[in-house]
Design a protein around this ligand. Structure first.
Ligand SMILES: Cc1cc2nc3c(=O)[nH]c(=O)nc-3n(C[C@H](O)[C@H](O)[C@H](O)COP(=O)(O)OP(=O)(O)OC[C@H]3O[C@@H](n4cnc5c(N)ncnc54)[C@H](O)[C@@H]3O)c2cc1C
Length: 484
C-alpha cells in the first residue's frame, strides 16, 4: 500500500499551539513539565510532525492519560494529546462496526453502540480510555481468556508515521505494521482513525456471580474451572491476608444473556441506564468519597477495609446470581470519581506481572509474600486469566496477571525501597518466563526490555522503529527508560 500524505483543503491548516503543562501518569507518581498540543484534525497532526522533522525534538503521543506510569509522558519534551480528535465517524447498526478518531473513548463507543444492541468486545476497568491508547497498549478486559485483546477487535487503522504519511493497515494490508503498531506503545506512528468491531448483546444486563476464594490456589482453581463457560472472570484479591488465607478474594463471574433470556434487560439499551450514577443512594455526590478513602490509606486501615470486603463476599455469594448492567460490572473503578487521589500526595504505582500458567501459584505466592515482608503491601489486587495474542510487543501469556496497586510515599527512602522491591519482584517474574504490561509500569529497568520480549522480537521491533521513525521522534519517558 502506498502511503498517502494528507492534504489540507483550500485554506492552509493553522498550526496547533503548544502550551507548558504538567503531564503526569494516572498514578500521579511520575511525570513532569512538557509542551502540550491538542490537534483537532489529521492535518494538524501532520503539521506537528513536519515541525519536528524541521526543528528536531521528541514527541510523545497521548490519549486520555490513563496509563499509570510514564507511557505517555515526555518530561521536558513535547506531547501530542489526541483527546480532541474524538468523533465517531460512523457506526453500522447492522454489523456493529465503528469508525473512530483516536480520541474517542470507551465510554463514547459503548454509549453509541448499546443503543443498537452492541457492546465493545474489550473494555478496560475505566471507560475513560481512548481508542488510540487502547490500541497502542493492546488493552485487555475481564474476558481476555475468551475474546483476547483489544487489537483483536481492531479491523483496520490509519497510522500517520513521523514522515507525515498515512499508512492504511489491516491484517491483509501492511500486516507487519498492523501487528506492531497495536501493542507498540506509540513508538511507530499516530493512529488517526480506527475501525473497531463491537459485539452483539441481547440484554443491557449481565448475570453475575460472586464466589469466595479461600486463598491464591483456590482463586486460580476457580479461574480454570469456569473459563470454559464464563464470559467474564475477575477476582478482587485481599493482598493483606497472610498465612493460610494468603491470596484470598472474591471472584466475579459474569455471563451474557442469550436471545430472549432477559426481555426486561432490553430497556437497559438506554445509555443513561448503563452509566455509573453520580450520587450514592441518590443523594451523596460520589466525588465526596475519596477523602474517606484517603483516611483509610493514611490511617493504615486498609487491612480492616479488605477484611470487611472479604466478609461481605459471603453474603454476595449467597445472593448470587444477580443482574447487573454492563456499565456497572465493567467500570467499578469509575464509581468513585478521583479515587486515586486517596494516595496523594505521593500517588500510586501499579505493578502488573503476567505469569505463565504452570508458574502461577508459586510466583503469585512469592510476590505477595515479598510485598508483605517489605511493608509495601498493595491496597488492591486484581487477578485475571489471559491467553496469548498475535501482536509483536504483546504482554499476554497463557496464564494469569495480578494488578497490584501500591501507594507511593513522599519520603525519598521509602519511595526508593518500593522501586527496589518492584525490581526484585520483576526478577522473579522474568525468571519464570513472565512479562510486563507497559500501561502499568513505572519501574522496569532497561535490561528487562529484551527479557520481556525475547531477543528476536526486540530486534524486529527496533528494525521497525528504524524504518518508520529513523529520526527517533516518537519518545516517551517509558521508551527512554527501557532504552527502546
Ligand atoms: C482505573 C483504570 C483501570 C484500568 N483498567 C485496565 C484494564 O482493565 N485493562 C487494561 O488493559 N488496561 C487498563 N488500564 C490501563 C489503560 O487501559 C491503558 O493505560 C490505556 O493505554 C490507556 O489509554 P489512554 O487513552 O489513556 O492512553 P495513554 O495512557 O495516554 O497512552 C497509552 C499509550 O498509547 C500511546 N498512544 C495514545 N494515543 C495514541 C495514538 N493516537 N496513536 C498511537 N499511540 C497512541 C501513548 O504514546 C502511550 O504509549 C486501566 C487504567 C486505569 C486508570
Amino acid at each position: 500500500m502506498t502511503p498517502t500524505t494528507p492534504t489540507s483543503s483550500s485554506s492552509p491548516t493553522p498550526s496547533v499551539p503548544f502550551h507548558d503543562e504538567a503531564v503526569m501518569g494516572f498514578g500521579m507518581s511520575v511525570g513532569g513539565q512538557a509542551k502540550v498540543a491538542r490537534p483537532t484534525t489529521v492535518e494538524q497532526v501532520a503539521d506537528v510532525f513536519a515541525g519536528l522533522r524541521r526543528d528536531g525534538g521528541s514527541l510523545a503521543l497521548r490519549g486520555a492519560g490513563c496509563s499509570y506510569g510514564d507511557a505517555s509522558n515526555n518530561n521536558h519534551g513535547r506531547v501530542l494529546d489526541l483527546t480532541a480528535m474524538n468523533r465517531i465517524l460512523s457506526f453500522d447498526s447492522q454489523t456493529g462496526i465503528a469508525q473512530c478518531e483516536p480520541g474517542v473513548t470507551v465510554r463514547d463507543l459503548w454509549r453509541r453502540s448499546i443503543a443498537s444492541g452492541y457492546w465493545p468486545r474489550v473494555v478496560s476497568g475505566t471507560m475513560a480510555v481512548s481508542m488510540g491508547g487502547a490500541a497502542a497498549m493492546n488493552i485487555h478486559g475481564k474476558n481476555n481468556f475468551a475474546l483476547g485483546s483489544f487489537g483483536e477487535c481492531v479491523r483496520s487503522f490509519e497510522l500517520m508515521t513521523p514522515a507525515g504519511e498515512i499508512v492504511k493497515c489491516s491484517r491483509e494490508t501492511e500486516p507487519e505494521l498492523f501487528h506492531a503498531a497495536i501493542s507498540g506503545f506509540g513508538m511507530l506512528g499516530c493512529f488517526t482513525k480506527l475501525e473497531i468491531q463491537t459485539k452483539r448483546v441481547y440484554s443491557g444486563r449481565l448475570r453475575v456471580y460472586g464466589i469466595v476464594a479461600r486463598d491464591i490456589e483456590h482463586n486460580l482453581e476457580i479461574l480454570e474451572d469456569m473459563c470454559g463457560e464464563a464470559d467474564y472472570l475477575v477476582s478482587w484479591v485481599d493482598l493483606q491476608a497472610k498465612g493460610k488465607s494468603l491470596g484470598r478474594g472474591l471472584m466475579h463471574r459474569a455471563d451474557q444473556m442469550k436471545p430472549g433470556e432477559d426481555p426486561d434487560g432490553l430497556r437497559y439499551f438506554d445509555p443513561s441506564l448503563q452509566d455509573v450514577p453520580p450520587n450514592l443512594f441518590g443523594v451523596v455526590p460520589k466525588s465526596w468519597l475519596w477523602p474517606g478513602m484517603w483516611c483509610a490509606v493514611h490511617m493504615k486501615q486498609v487491612a480492616l477495609v479488605n477484611w470487611l470486603k472479604f466478609r461481605a463476599g459471603f453474603r454476595e455469594e449467597r445472593h448470587s446470581p444477580y443482574l447487573q448492567t454492563h456499565g456497572a460490572f465493567h467500570f467499578l473503578l469509575d464509581y468513585v470519581p478521583r479515587w486515586h487521589w486517596m494516595t496523594k500526595p505521593g500517588g500510586l504505582i501499579q505493578f502488573q506481572p503476567f505469569i505463565p500458567k504452570n508458574e502461577g501459584a508459586r510466583v503469585l505466592r512469592t510476590l505477595i509474600e515479598m510485598c508483605q515482608k517489605s511493608g509495601h503491601v498493595p491496597y488492591l489486587g486484581v487477578l485475571k486469566k489471559h491467553r496469548p495474542d498475535p501482536f509483536l510487543m504483546t504482554h499476554a501469556v497463557d496464564g494469569y496477571s495480578m494488578a497490584m496497586d501500591i501507594a507511593v510515599s513522599k519520603n525519598k527512602s521509602r519511595r526508593e525501597s518500593l522501586w527496589r522491591l518492584c525490581q526484585e519482584m520483576a526478577e522473579v517474574v522474568l525468571a519464570a518466563g513472565g512479562r510486563f504490561y507497559y500501561a502499568k509500569d513505572a519501574v522496569l529497568l532497561e535490561s528487562s526490555f529484551a527479557r520481556v520480549h525475547g531477543d528476536e522480537t526486540t530486534k524486529k521491533f527496533r528494525a521497525l522503529k528504524e524504518k518508520w521513525d529513523p529520526q527517533r521522534m516518537l519518545q516517551t519517558d517509558l521508551s527512554r527508560r527501557l532504552g527502546v
